[in-house]
Design a protein around this ligand. Structure first.
Ligand code: C2O
Length: 578
């Protein structure tokens, strides 16, 4: 099992050899719990020539640490001239409007809008003299917990109109996610940072300034936010420091049934067997980080440009583990799942930033580590992505404009993550060759053309033709997914699943997930789509030679809210280009 993650140095690639045999030998996670090795050494410098792989190639590490790399010039990043030149623009703060409540459709009585400011500065990342190391939230020292609480406490004591104060920081999320901003110059089109390729960059910048503000408030520029290591069995409970009612980082609006020792249920299957839930979680991680992604957009989210509607499509991580944690923590006693259970209030729970630090870590792992991710295209070079912009207040209460292209490398931004095992890295589900021939033994699946559009209020099975006999590299596309954005919605997708035990995800038939955190959009509904790579699934189930497969959709939400426009299997196209 790999014991290191995110090794940016070229000399360290040998440590990934264990991961090259990708079929894991263990069916149940207990093996990971007992055999997990830790390696907590900080791997900042690790080879004599000290080079770092960045999106732009190898860079001298010392220069990079000093912020002197100079490799982020626009010429390096934007490989093609702007074809469309319609990046999402930073919002106009003076036009910030009311946000809307989800369940009631009423305007929120809180005002999410930040203070305005006459002066906006284009932000430059300052030179990095010392790397901040974000620690695993389950492993922090009492000293760290004390410092962290002190910082949050001081944030809560700042004057209400200080843009760095606790509620102002929380409201950033509300304003960017609940319809308070329109896209500049695009009429009433909402600006929304979720369910698209802006998801990772927006939240990276959000945490970046949040962390700097906390550091400033305690006079410690090395202060680093903790990450909730929910992808590792040892981190699959709420981190204990957050559930001390006397702590500044406590929030009472959380699901009381999910306090420790409840095991995080990333799949929201409701399964009550903790070992099975851990196995589900690791399967989900493997699927969303590796197995289900055919290109970078499948992971990052679909293109979202100025003048186009919200929610073009979330990436595998956003709609998977990310949503799972929001829903796990949100309080069902509250009218809209506050705090974590919907977007407008999520930032009021300090646990939100800890959760998103791990989401951010997933992006970093995707970029710099995943060895089995042999995708042709791991980075988005589309100028509309790179030039998309946001506004934040920095630690000096200065309003700054930031762009996506400046946040692509967490090392250059001055922070890294504590090294923790990645037990999901080898968690490919066991092959099911002999029993996978569902299509031949006959099932109750309906033919595709008879069922669409399909209301997903129960488990549905649909017979879908494959593109070509023997063709292994295919994608399952679930298109025109009409969702009520104000509801929690989730469904899982299985291919040729013959047992009906939908509480278990650790099987080859599991193809992927759609899920969303409730949020408001202009017209309450949105159309989106997802793509799931089937290559490994075909290998594991020996169905490449069949003419059809049975696709099972299992809703995890109550009642209606999802309509599926169509399901098809297509050949894996060459990577999307701008
Ligand atoms: Cu902006 Cu986890 O949501």
């Amino acid at each position: 099992m790999a014991s290191l993650q995110h090794l940016p140095c070229t000399s360290a690639t040998s440590t990934t050899s264990a991961t090259q045999s990708r079929r894991h030998l263990f069916a149940k996670p207990s093996h990971f719990i007992t055999h997990a090795k830790r390696n907590n050494r900080l791997q900042i410098s690790c080879s004599s020539d000290d080079q770092v792989n960045t999106p732009q190639g190898k860079v001298d590490r010392r220069n990079m640490l000093l912020g002197l790399g100079g490799m982020y010039g626009a010429a390096n990043l934007i490989s093609t001239p702007a074809a469309s030149a319609t990046p999402i623009q930073a919002p106009e703060l003076d036009k910030c409007g009311v946000a809307t409540n989800l369940n009631t459709g009423q305007q929120l009585d809180i005002n999410c809008c930040p203070p305005t400011s006459q002066q906006i500065i284009d932000y430059r990342i300052p030179p990095v003299f010392q790397m901040k190391i974000r620690p695993s939230a389950h492993r922090v020292s009492p000293e760290y917990i004390f410092k962290y609480n002190m910082a949050i406490d001081r944030m809560k004591r700042l004057p209400k109109d200080d843009p760095r104060s606790f509620m102002q920081q929380a409201n950033i999320h509300c304003a960017y996610c609940n319809g308070a901003y329109d896209q500049p110059g695009q009429g009433t089109l909402d600006l929304q940072v979720h369910n698209s390729w802006l998801f990772f960059p927006f939240h990276r910048w959000y945490l970046y300034f949040y962390e700097r503000i906390l550091g400033k408030l305690i006079g410690d520029p090395t202060f680093a936010l903790p990450f909730w290591n929910w992808d590792n069995p040892k981190g699959m409970t709420m981190p204990p420091m957050f559930v001390d009612p006397k702590a500044a980082i406590y929030d009472d609006k959380r699901n009381q049934a999910n306090l420790p020792p409840a095991v995080v249920d990333l799949g929201m299957t409701g399964n009550k067997d903790p070992l099975q839930v851990v196995a589900n979680n690791l399967t989900i991680m493997y699927s969303e980080m590796i197995r289900a992604n055919a290109n970078v957009y499948d992971f990052m989210g679909q293109p979202y440009r100025a003048g186009t509607p919200v929610n073009p499509g979330p990436g595998s991580s956003e709609r998977g583990s990310h949503v799972g944690i929001h829903v796990f923590v949100g309080d069902p006693r509250q009218p809209s799942g506050e705090d974590m259970g919907n977007f407008y209030s999520a930032g009021r729970d300090p646990l939100f930033y800890c959760h998103h630090a791990n989401v951010d870590r997933m992006w970093s792992l995707w970029q710099y580590f995943l060895p089995s991710n042999k995708l042709p295209d791991k980075r988005i070079t589309d100028p509309d992505f790179l030039n998309a912009a946001f506004l934040f207040y920095d630690e000096n209460a200065q309003l700054v404009r930031v762009t996506v292209k400046d946040c692509l490398d967490n090392l250059r931004m001055g922070y890294d993550f504590e090294r923790i095992d990645l037990p999901w890295l080898d968690y490919r589900p066991p092959a099911q060759t002999a029993k996978a021939k569902v299509t031949r033994t006959g099932t109750s699946a309906s033919k595709a053309e008879t069922v669409f559009p399909l209301k997903l209020d129960r488990i549905v099975r649909v017979l879908i033709p494959k593109t070509k006999k023997g063709k292994a590299d295919e994608l399952l596309v679930i298109e025109d997914i009409m969702v009520d954005t104000t509801k929690f919605l989730k469904f899982d997708v299985f291919v040729n699943d013959e047992d009906d035990n939908v509480g278990e995800l650790d099987k080859a038939a599991y193809a992927g997930t759609y899920a969303q955190v409730p949020h408001k959009t202009n017209n309450k509904s949105a159309t989106t789509s997802i793509r799931l790579k089937l290559t490994d699934l075909y290998d594991d189930m020996d169905v490449a030679d069949d003419d059809t497969v049975v696709v099972t959709l299992v809703p995890r939400h109550q009642g209606e809210g999802v309509t599926i426009g169509g399901i098809k299997i297509i050949e894996n196209p060459t990577p999307a280009r701008p």
